[in-house]
Ligand binder design. Structure first.
Ligand code: GLN
Length: 277
């Protein structure tokens, strides 16, 4: 028997060497074990922790200490205020990707778009955020990975997003040609970027991260092919690396896009670029 405060202290200590967020991880894992919100484990330090719960917590802490991302241990990550299921078949949704949702939402509103494509949807994060904000939209969400699409389908069902259709496709391979808005958070990390061997990223699918020698392979393919799948006046919005803004704007201009522009994320890094066909 232990109480919540003691269990948290112990977990935090065991995570201190490997996690940059040991206290937070301990709280999230304990809350998951108890199936309670994180505020509960902070508000009730003296509550008793039953033996089984402590055993389960210990298993999770061990796996976290070995590097596993917290989101893969709890099977959940919040994105755009949605509780999304995640597993190692798909990228863990990042806060900076909410900027892409925000930009896409603005464009959808302005242009009264009704047909939207999310390429490489992974867990479905972007498509589902847009689908719930705009219930009238017809959203196609594609991925080359059937395993990722299973995660997206679980989320689509749980959120009741009937306006999202999931398709297995290698980029545009089997997709239509009359979208008004196309969004994508493709793999954009350079193959030799040491970041791929560090922290949580090590456990995420390479397929969702590795953008080839300069990280731009998928961005190039998407930008080249998107005009054939967009209606005239339609928009392409892309997430990319903090140092890829110049390259992505050049690619968009070379492919004939107008109104090419980039938005910085909350950290001030160039993160989302857009262009109009
Ligand atoms: N931003 C992610 C990272 O740095 C990469 C996401 C991506 O490649 N689409 O880990």
């Amino acid at each position: 028997m232990s109480n919540l405060a003691a269990a948290l202290r112990d977990a935090e200590q065991r995570l201190a060497h490997t996690s940059p967020s040991a206290r937070l991880d301990a709280e999230v894992l304990l809350a998951h074990v108890l199936d309670k919100p994180r505020t509960y484990v902070i508000a009730w330090p003296a509550k008793t922790l039953p033996g089984e719960a402590l055993d389960y917590l210990n298993t999770l802490v061990e796996r976290r200490a070995a590097g596993q991302p917290v989101a893969y241990l709890t099977g959940e990550r919040e994105f755009w205020s949605l509780a999304l299921k995640v597993n190692d078949a798909a990228l863990i949704p990042r806060p900076e990707t909410e900027l892409l949702v925000e930009r896409a939402a603005a464009v959808i509103e302005q242009s009264a778009a009704s047909r939207v494509l999310d390429l490489g949807t992974g867990s479905g994060a972007i498509a589902l955020a847009l689908a719930l904000r705009f219930p009238h939209l017809a959203i196609t969400a594609s991925d080359v990975s059937a395993a990722a699409l299973s995660v997206a389908e679980v989320n689509r069902k749980a959120l009741g997003a009937d306006n999202v259709e999931l398709r297995e496709s290698d980029w545009f391979e089997i997709l239509g040609d009359a979208y008004e808005v196309i969004v994508a958070n493709p793999p954009y990390v350079a193959s030799d970027d040491p970041h791929l061997e560090q922290g949580d990223v090590r456990f995420e699918p390479r397929l969702a991260l590795d953008g080839g020698r300069d990280g731009l392979d998928c961005l190039r393919t998407i930008i080249d092919e998107a005009p054939r799948h967009l209606l005239r006046g339609g928009w392409l919005l892309l997430e990319h690396g903090f140092d890829q803004g110049d390259a992505v704007r050049e690619l968009l201009q070379a492919a004939g896009f107008s109104s090419v522009d980039t938005c910085p994320d909350l950290a001030g890094h160039e993160r989302v670029s857009a262009g109009r066909r």
